[in-house]
Design a protein around this ligand. Structure first.
Ligand code: PRP
Length: 227
């Protein structure tokens, strides 16, 4: 029987997302292309995730006449989780140029697989309407769950998580702890392995973004070159 997915989980079905994600997964994709693909995927996923932003009506004069236009009125804060979430920031501020960016630093302990917080520069006062957490990977979901808890403690009431891939375990964990937080990803992968890596996955997003990993093998790929 098919597993019931959390109601808060939104997996993109867009062909462009699936195409770009396939290139991203390819072990031969170098850091430069990986960064470009993360950026492109982030834009597409954010487009889907921001369909419920609030707007106000404003007047605009076209070269021909005056008309009612729209201006997004939702105040947005972007919270990338260091370090891999940094790869998603440029695309996010391109799309949401008035958004504020607040950083949280977390890494996953390699032995316990639990998140360790090492950086938090949230200001004392919370004043945005919506916080969008950015992190390409949702593995156990520990990092996202802890980050969201910190944001709620700060005062955030409307929070979305935008990532690239999730393991079912991670999506379930976040949705159980924070059922009010919408999770937007490009794909829900098969499982976590014994090391809590997402399978089939795409490797370590932070390492691949920042070139801190061995170059991929020279094995031929069945895929056509990156477009
Ligand atoms: C990765 C990823 C997430 C976290 C996901 O970060 O970017 O933050 O692990 O794992 P979880 O869902 O099990 O908590 P990592 O610890 O590799 O740090 P990095 O971003 O600095 O590479």
């Amino acid at each position: 029987m098919a597993e019931v997915l959390p109601a808060s989980l939104h997996v993109s079905a867009h062909p462009l997302v699936r195409h770009k994600l396939t290139l991203l997964r390819d072990e031969r994709t170098d850091s430069k292309t990986f960064r470009e693909l993360v950026r492109e995927l982030t834009g597409l996923l954010l487009y889907e995730a921001t369909g419920d932003l609030k707007s106000e009506t404003i007047a605009v004069r076209t070269p021909l006449e005056r008309m009612d236009g729209a201006k997004v009125s939702t105040r947005i804060g972007l919270v990338p989780i260091l370090r891999a979430g940094l790869g998603m920031v440029d695309a996010a501020v391109d799309l949401l140029p008035r958004a504020e960016v607040w950083h949280l630093g977390m890494y996953r302990d390699e032995t316990t697989h639990t998140p360790v917080s090492y950086y938090n520069r949230l200001p004392p006062t919370y004043h945005d309407d919506l916080i969008i957490v950015l992190d390409p990977m949702l593995a156990t979901g520990g990092s996202a769950t802890d980050a969201i808890a910190v944001l709620k403690e700060w005062g955030a009431r409307w929070i979305k998580f935008v990532g690239i891939i999730a393991a079912p375990e991670g999506a379930r964990h976040v949705s159980e702890q924070h059922p009010d937080v919408a999770i937007h990803v490009a794909a829900l992968d098969r499982e976590l392995d014994a090391n809590r890596f997402i399978r089939p996955g795409l490797g370590d997003a932070g390492d691949r973004l920042f070139g801190t990993v061995q170059q991929p093998s020279e094995a031929p790929s069945p895929l056509s070159p990156a477009s």
